[in-house]
Ligand binder design. Structure first.
Ligand code: NAD
Length: 463
C-alpha cells in the first residue's frame, strides 16, 4: 500500500497536496542511481556542467511566480519574501555555474630535479542533503549548486512541511537537461531517511540544514562510514546597538532581520542588546516601526508577517513569552495570538519585550518566532560577554559608527557571520555558516564548493 503525507497551508490549515512517502527500497534504489550516475556526471567537462546549471537557473526564473506562490502556500511567508527567496536561490546556482570552471589544482616544487608534484581536485561522489522548511528553495539550492558544479551527484530529502518547492526545483533541473540520476529527491520521515543516508556506502557526504540535535545525530551516524559532513544548524543571534549608533537606521535594519519569515530564520536577531544610554529612544522607535507590520496570509497583499509553521513551533514561542513575563519581562507590544488548533493555523503577532534578563529561556533558546527581547549593557566588554554566552555561533549583528568599537566587536564575537550596520549579510558570493554548535563548514562563496571536493596529490618520479 502506498503511504502519503499531507502538505497543508499554515495560514489556513487547508490541504494543498498529498505527497507520496518513499519506501526504504525506493530510497535505496535512488541512492544506487545517484551513485551509478556519478561515474558519467563527474567526467562531463566543467564548461558543460556550468551550461546546464545556467539553464536550470533560467528555467527557475521563467517559473518564478508559480514557485513563489507554492512556497507561500506551504511555508506561509509573504509572497514578496518567496519571490526574493527564488532570486536568492538562483543567485547560488549562477555563482556556482561560474565556480564550476574555477576548480583549480596546484604544482608544488619538488625536492629533487627528477620529480614533479601535482595537486588536483576531484568531486567526492554522491551527496545526500536534508533540508528544513523555513527556506525550502534556498537551503536546497545552496547545497545542490556547488555539488553539481563540482561534479558530484545529489539527492535531497526536503522537510515534510514544505516538499513542493523542492520537487518543482528538481523537475525544472531535469527539464533543463540535468540527468535524472544526477539530482533526485525522496520524501518521508526524517529519522528513517537520515539513517538510510548515513548508513549507505554509496553516500560520500551528508549536508544538512536544520536543528542542532538532529545535526549531532547525523554526525554520529556518519562516523561508521567516515562521510564528509556539512552542518548548518541553529542560531541565537545577538544584535548589539552601541551608544553612537545611527538609531533610526539600526531600528529599520533590526525590524528586517528580526521579523523576516515571521522570525523563523536561523540568522534572525534573537537578543537585542542595547546601550543603556539609548535604550528608551531605541525601544520607542523600534516599537513604532514594528507596529507597521501586518500579520496575515502571505498571499494577501500587504502581509509582512505570516503564520508560524506548526503547533509545536507556536507552543515554544508562547512558552518563552510566558516564562519571560513570569521572570519580570514587560510586554511593550504584542503577546497576541490568532490560533485555531482544530483548523491548524497559528499566528503570533509581533511582540516586543523589555526588562529581559539572562534567567529567561528566551535568552538561551532559539525562539523561531516574531518576538524581540530587549536588554541593555553598560560597557562594550559586557555586551560581548552577553553575546557570546551561548553554545551557538551562527550570526551576530552590531550597529556602531565608531570604527574602534566595530573592529573590537568583529574581533571578539564568536560568530561565523557578522553584520556591521547590516541586517542582511547573507549572499551567494560570501561564506555562510556557524561556529561552535551552529555547525561545520560554509555554504556560498569560494569556500562553498570545497566541501564537495577531494584533494588528490600525485608525485611523478623518474623525469
Ligand atoms: P529539524 O532539524 O527538525 O528538521 C530539518 C530537517 O531534518 C527536516 O527535513 C526534517 O524532516 C529532518 N529530520 C528531522 N529529524 C531527523 C532525524 N532524526 N534524522 C534526519 N533528518 C531529520 O529542523 P526544523 O525545525 O525543520 O528547522 C529549524 C532549524 O533549522 C532551526 O534550528 C534553524 O536554526 C535551523 N536552520 C539553520 C540554518 C543554517 O543555515 N544554519 C538555516 C535554516 C534553518
Amino acid at each position: 500500500m502506498t503511504d502519503y503525507f499531507s502538505v497543508k497551508n499554515p495560514a489556513t490549515g487547508d490541504l494543498i497536496q498529498e505527497v507520496k512517502i518513499n519506501t526504504e527500497e525506493e530510497i535505496n534504489l535512488a541512492l544506487k542511481k545517484g551513485h551509478d550516475s556519478f561515474k558519467k556526471w563527474s567526467k562531463i567537462n566543467a564548461h558543460e556542467r556550468s551550461r546546464l546549471l545556467q539553464k536550470w537557473s533560467k528555467k527557475i526564473n521563467e517559473n518564478k511566480e508559480e514557485i513563489a506562490k507554492v512556497m507561500t502556500m506551504e511555508n506561509g511567508k509573504p509572497l514578496s519574501e518567496s519571490l526574493g527567496e527564488v532570486d536568492y536561490s538562483t543567485s547560488y546556482i549562477d555563482w556556482y555555474a561560474e565556480e564550476a570552471k574555477r576548480i583549480y589544482g596546484r604544482t608544488i616544487p619538488a625536492n629533487t630535479e627528477s620529480k614533479r608534484i601535482l595537486v588536483t581536485k576531484q568531486p567526492i561522489g554522491l551527496v545526500a542533503a536534508i533540508t528544513p522548511w523555513n527556506f525550502p528553495a534556498a537551503m536546497m539550492a545552496r547545497k545542490a549548486a556547488p555539488a553539481l558544479a563540482a561534479g558530484c551527484t545529489f539527492i535531497v530529502k526536503p522537510a515534510v512541511e514544505t516538499p513542493l518547492t523542492t520537487i518543482k526545483f528538481i523537475e525544472l533541473a531535469h527539464e533543463a537537461g540535468i540527468p535524472e540520476g544526477v539530482i533526485q529527491y525522496v520524501n518521508g520521515r526524517g529519522s528513517m531517511i537520515g539513517d538510510l543516508f548515513s548508513n549507505s556506502d554509496y553516500v560520500r557526504k551528508i549536508t544538512f540544514t536544520g536543528s542542532t540535535p538532529v545535526g549531532k545525530e547525523l554526525i554520529r551516524n556518519s562516523a561508521d562510514t567516515i562521510k564528509h559532513v556539512t552542518m548548518e544548524l541553529g542560531g541565537h543571534a545577538p544584535l548589539i546597538v552601541a551608544a553612537d549608533a545611527d538609531i533610526d537606521y539600526a531600528v529599520k535594519q533590526t525590524v528586517g532581520t528580526k521579523f523576516r519569515n515571521a522570525g523563523q530564520t536561523c540568522v534572525c536577531a534573537n537578543r537585542l542588546i542595547v546601550h543603556e544610554s539609548i535604550l528608551d529612544e531605541f525601544t520607542e522607535k523600534f516599537v513604532a516601526e514594528v507596529k507597521k507590520l501586518k500579520v496575515g496570509n502571505g498571499l494577501d497583499e500587504g502581509t509582512t508577517v505570516g503564520p508560524i509553521i506548526n503547533e509545536k513551533g507556536f507552543n515554544k514561542i508562547v512558552a518563552q513569552i510566558k516564562d519571560a513575563k513570569e521572570k519580570g519581562a514587560e510586554v511593550v507590544l504584542g503577546d497576541k495570538y490568532d490560533a485555531n488548533q482544530e483548523k491548524g493555523y497559528f499566528f503570533v503577532h509581533p511582540t516586543v519585550l523589555k526588562n529581559v534578563n539572562t534567567d529567561m529561556i528566551i535568552m538561551h533558546e532559539e525562539t523561531f518566532g516574531p518576538v524581540a527581547p530587549i536588554t541593555s549593557f553598560k560597557t562594550i566588554e559586557e555586551a560581548v560577554e552577553l553575546a557570546n554566552s551561548t553554545p551557538y555561533g551562527l550570526a551576530a549583528y552590531f550597529f556602531t559608527t565608531d570604527y574602534r568599537t566595530g573592529t573590537y566587536l568583529h574581533d571578539h564575537l564568536d560568530f561565523g557571520i557578522i553584520g556591521w550596520n547590516d541586517g542582511g549579510p547573507s549572499a551567494a558570493h560570501a561564506p555562510f555558516g556557524g561556529m561552535k554548535e551552529s555547525g561545520l563548514g560554509r555554504e556560498g562563496g569560494i569556500e562553498g564548493i570545497e566541501p564537495y571536493l577531494e584533494t588528490k596529490y600525485m608525485s611523478i618520479g623518474g623525469i
